[in-house]
Write a protein that binds this ligand. Structure first.
Ligand code: FES
Length: 282
């Protein structure tokens, strides 16, 4: 049931974001944080959590000291508005990130996303109650803020699970070290012109491309979610495109040219001596 719902939702999101074809994915790259070199979602969630937490604290102060803390309801309103802006950013970046997940991380992610979307609605209603109350002291707004804070605390916990237990959106080459010295991986004739070929350097998979005698080598594991770049496509002799979600990496330096990847591919220096190709992690 949840799987069928997730299948349909991922398809809708990727269609809306223009991420289904083989072309570039500018909206998805923007939301992923490819332009920043860092996932965008975790940065924005801090604003959402901080805003709602401060609002809950202000409301608690107002309930405990109603006479002394006359400023608190207005302060709660302002911080809630900041929080809702963060939640809107989290909504778009989060669902975009989730649309590339599979298995357990997808299941945890859809619960995380649906609860956060519901909380976003509660916070918007709380702001409306607060703005409509002529005294600026709405008990209904305060109650909704407390419920939102509790829900957001739980969804943050699920977000932590997604990253720390399931490895969602972590750099999938982070533990690859490669070799500090040049290692032979074959002769130049083993690498036909314009073809992606997989080799291993010190146990690490590397994709090698020979372009008219000029050889390039990148880690073969996509930094985004671990896709095999050697099964991807070579584009214009400049980039390699991941077969899983279409991220493009520049052969010359591993730079992300198109997302959803946010981290550059590790690059290998190439040495060709007497027709023998050797690689070393840069
Ligand atoms: S694994 Fe997602 S773009 Fe490569």
């Amino acid at each position: 049931m949840l799987d069928r719902f997730s299948d349909g939702l991922q398809s809708v999101i990727n269609t809306l974001l223009g991420a289904r074809g083989k072309g570039r994915h500018p909206i998805k790259s923007l939301l992923a944080g490819s332009w920043l070199g860092h996932p965008l979602h975790p940065l924005i969630t801090d604003i959402a959590i901080g805003g709602v937490t401060l609002a809950a604290i202000c409301d608690a102060i107002w309930l405990i000291f109603p006479q002394a803390a006359v400023w608190a309801p207005r302060a709660a309103e302002v911080t809630l508005i900041v929080g809702v802006l963060g939640m809107l950013g989290s909504f778009f970046t989060g669902w975009s990130d989730w649309s590339d997940t599979y298995g357990k991380e997808r299941t945890t992610g859809v619960i995380h996303g649906l609860l956060n979307s519901f909380t976003l609605v509660l916070v918007i209603i709380a702001i409306v109650f607060s703005l409509l109350d002529p005294t600026g002291k709405s008990m209904a707004a305060a109650v909704l803020t407390f419920i939102s804070f509790a829900l957001l605390s739980y969804t943050s916990y699920l977000g932590g699970d997604l990253v720390f237990k399931d490895g969602t959106n972590v750099n999938h080459t982070a533990w690859e070290h490669g070799s500090d010295t040049f290692e032979r991986v074959g002769s130049l004739s083993d690498f036909p012109d314009g073809q992606l070929k997989r080799v291993e350097v010190d146990g690490v998979p590397v994709v090698v491309v020979n372009l008219g005698g000029k050889v390039y080598a990148l880690a073969a594991t996509c930094t985004h979610a671990g896709g095999p770049l050697d099964e991807g496509t070579l584009e214009s002799g400049v980039c390699v495109r991941c077969p899983w979600h279409g991220s493009r990496f520049r052969l010359r330096d591993g730079k992300v040219v198109d997302g959803p990847a946010t981290v550059a591919e590790p690059v290998y220096d190439v040495q060709i001596s007497d027709g023998v190709v050797s690689l070393k992690r840069r």
